[in-house]
Design a protein around this ligand. Structure first.
Ligand code: NAD
Length: 498
């Protein structure tokens, strides 16, 4: 069994914390590799390396940084299959899904190949006589990223390519549950030409995170993960004067209007609720059916579709849904299923017996007649369990979505343009879909939720990412030199400003 190592200042090193992480193949339930976690001393070394590398890296021209991103893009394409397999073996998602995740990350890298344009600034000539004004966006210094298990490649790539292309150096703290792909991605950055120390990758738990949050050399922290941890990271990071963005948990609703295409809606629900075994922050976990008639028709059409999902290991032919990440997660989801039954929801499909014996599988379930006081409705389950809530009209559906504590994504399925437009204008969520169940923005746009799905004011990647990883400087300059106006002790309006 190969043991994994952290990558600090270009070297592979063992961790020194007391935590030994056992990394499983969730498809078999067996340990595939182990790793000694990064303790606070290891993280401190990673931060020091990034800090030392910053002075040199910030002076590298954006064109040169972009060239490294071009090289990286080629390497990601060349190693796509290997990267996908590393993800699937430790996460459990299908190979097709893992490839898709790497490709979504790669699109962020492609966005970064144009960093010259993204850093291009405003310039106003002659704001006053012989005075020009312009903006610069300059890097912050050492930035850090703390990432979840469910997208071990895409979420890190939401962060470090943008930060590094903007001229920052980076410390990436990967999830301890599936770190192999993130470590390999770091090696590929070096192969693409990135100097040592610019990207340092460690795997650790709270001890590692706390070093990031308290170390004065860290200027900014990006976090993606659960709401309880994200809220802590946001508060702790801000109280230490860091710029923080924390993208957190979700409960994404999909409203199905009576005029929606039933076939389109059911296919969308199938992929969005059960893809990646529901372990996506943009998974649809609640269908809001407007009217009993459409609700009955969804249940009738969807149930056999979900029942016939092929569940199994990522490398089996034709597999559509894999296991969940850990035994603990499997137990947690099964507890929610029991709570749903106890609280009176109707379990119209119980998939719990229809799963492979080995590994951390959870059968695909559908609950109908779920009400808003039930824990399967209020909580993020992060598993293949769908709740159907029945409402009488569109206003009630929108109100339900808007009153939920999470506001990551929300979708509506309808053929009516007025309703669709009203929904997009009034839904309390950061990402809204019309006849699109998982409205994940592409790389040139930005990803982020509202309410308790995001702490901080910045979404991630796209121009929001560039703004997050840079600080604005505005220059006012007078040329030619030698112009004299005498000392002035009062402000003047723009026309005459000195
Ligand atoms: P998690 O919160 O358990 O872990 C996320 C990161 O925080 C990991 O690196 C982990 O090591 C670290 N961590 C865990 N406990 C900590 C603690 N007590 N103190 C400090 N750090 C700690 O999340 P997860 O289970 O890995 O991922 C699933 C969650 O992530 C879900 O809630 C999902 O909705 C969310 N998620 C959100 C988005 C988004 O963009 N909004 C995207 C992906 C995942």
């Amino acid at each position: 069994m190969t043991k994994l190592q952290h990558i600090i200042n270009g070297a592979k090193v063992n961790g020194t914390s007391d935590s030994i992480f056992e990394i499983y193949n969730p498809s078999t339930g067996k340990i595939v590799t182990k790793m000694q976690g990064a303790g606070s001393e290891d993280v401190k070394k990673a931060i020091d390396a990034a800090h030392d590398a910053f002075e040199g890296w910030k002076k590298v021209s954006p064109s040169m940084r972009a060239q490294i991103m071009f090289n990286y893009r080629d390497l990601l394409n060349k190693n796509l299959y290997e990267l996908a397999e590393l993800i699937s073996r430790e996460h459990g998602k299908t190979l097709a899904d893992a490839k898709g995740e790497v490709l979504r990350g790669l699109e962020v890298v492609e966005f970064c190949t144009s960093i010259n344009s993204h850093l291009k600034s405003d310039f106003t000539a002659d704001v006053s006589s012989s005075i020009d004004s312009y903006n610069l966006r300059q890097p912050l210094g050492v930035c850090a990223g703390i990432t979840p298990f469910n997208f071990p490649a895409m979420v890190p790539m939401w962060m470090y390519p943008v930060a590094i292309a903007c001229g920052n150096t980076f410390v990436l703290k990967l999830s301890e549950r599936d770190p192999s792909c993130g470590l390999r991605l770091t090696e590929l950055m070096a192969e693409a030409g990135l100097p040592d120390g610019v990207l340092n990758t460690v795997v650790g738990d709270k001890e590692a995170v706390d070093e990031i949050l308290h170390n004065p050399k860290v200027a900014a922290v990006s976090f993606v993960g659960s709401t309880s941890v994200g809220e802590y990271i946001y508060q702790e990071g801000c109280s230490n004067n860091k710029r923080v963005q924390a993208l957190c948990g979700a409960k994404n609703h999909m409203i199905v209007m009576p005029d929606a295409s039933l076939d389109q809606s059911c296919e969308a629900i199938l992929g969005a609720a059960y893809g990646s075994a529901g372990e996506r922050c943009m998974a649809i976990s609640v269908v809001v059916a407007v009217g009993n008639e459409i609700a009955d028709r969804i249940v009738e059409q969807l149930t056999p579709m979900v029942k016939s999902l092929k569940i199994g290991a990522f490398d089996e032919d034709g597999v559509e849904m894999g296991p969940v990440i850990t035994k603990q997660s499997q137990e947690n989801i099964n507890n929610y299923i029991n709570q749903g039954i106890d609280q009176g929801a109707k379990l119209v499909l119980d998939g719990r017996d229809n799963i492979p014996k080995e590994g951390f599988y959870v059968g695909a379930c559908i609950f109908d007649k779920v009400t808003k006081d039930m824990s399967i409705y209020t909580d993020e389950i992060f598993g293949p369990v769908l709740s159907i809530v029945r409402v009488e009209n569109y206003e009630e559906a929108l109100d339900l979505v808007n009153k939920h504590e999470y506001g990551n994504g929300a979708a509506i399925f309808t053929r009516d343009g007025d309703t669709a437009r009203h929904f997009t204008m009034n839904v309390e969520a950061g990402m809204a879909g019309v006849n699109v169940p998982i409205p994940v923005p592409v790389a040139m746009h930005s990803f982020g939720g509202w309410k308790r799905s995001l702490f901080g004011s910045s979404s991630i990647h796209g121009m929001e990412g560039v703004r997050f990883y840079t600080k604005l400087k505005t220059i006012t300059s007078r040329w030619p030199s030698g112009i004299r106006k005498g000392a002035q002790f009062h402000f003047e309006g723009g026309k005459n400003a000195s």
